[in-house]
Write a protein that binds this ligand. Sequence first.
Ligand SMILES: Nc1ncnc2c1ncn2[C@@H]1O[C@H](COP(=O)(O)OP(=O)(O)O)[C@@H](O)[C@H]1O
Ligand SMILES: [Mg+2]
Length: 236
Amino acid sequence: MISCENITKVYTNGDVETVVLKSVSFQVKAGEFVAIMGPSGSGKSTLMHILGALDSPTGGTYLLDGKDVSKLTDDQLAEIRRTKIGFVFQSFNLLSRSSVLRNVMLPLVYAGVPHDRREALAASALTAAGMPKDRWHHLSNQLSGGQMQRVAIARSMVNNPSIVLADEPTGNLDSKTGEIVLGTFQKLNQQGGHTIILITHEPYVAEHADRIIQIQDGEIVHDKANSKRRQVNLSV
Ligand SMILES: Nc1ncnc2c1ncn2[C@@H]1O[C@H](COP(=O)(O)OP(=O)(O)O)[C@@H](O)[C@H]1O
Ligand SMILES: [Mg+2]
């Protein structure tokens, strides 16, 4: 599904070149739950932007479902981002003065889903993300951090994307709330079959995935199955 072959990324500002990714190679199969773990500044977000077709690598080949992403037109890239990939960010990125339901329906507007189908799809994503129904008509700025992240997860899932990319999704949450969010990803992976790529600098967070890819200074230093996965049992 995802195949990265010798991916490099170099930022050039004037005479200054910053090498952020150095020959990164790995593959992710459909249905995997992978954590990409590394310290701050190691290139995780840069890699996620490339995986999400939000940015292009300087070198190497990125194949998504067998297609070379560098050969796609802007329209084709936008189509991939709309239909195949869901994004979850540390800062939630919700529209603060729109309701929970409207936030989750928004990607469906862009995807051209008919009006009368949007609410049912949003409702099912919110249910899957464990968002209590009595909050669906609240404005998103009236929610707790954990609830905001559940809304962001529901929004990332509403198009039924094959891949969910989550960049430090628990970074702004207390540990108990973060655990619930990690359990939500596990449920989406184990019950919904979605491929999850979770980016984090915290080993404890990464231990919730089935495989941990460790990145340091723009290079993969470990890539191993995680035999001691921490499973969260959501009681909701
Ligand atoms: N637009 C840019 N221009 C120059 N350097 C950048 C740019 N974006 C990120 N970097 C640098 O790339 C490195 C990796 O950044 P990032 O991918 O955000 O790491 P992480 O998410 O692991 O913290 C950092 O040293 C950062 O300063
Ligand atoms: Mg980052």
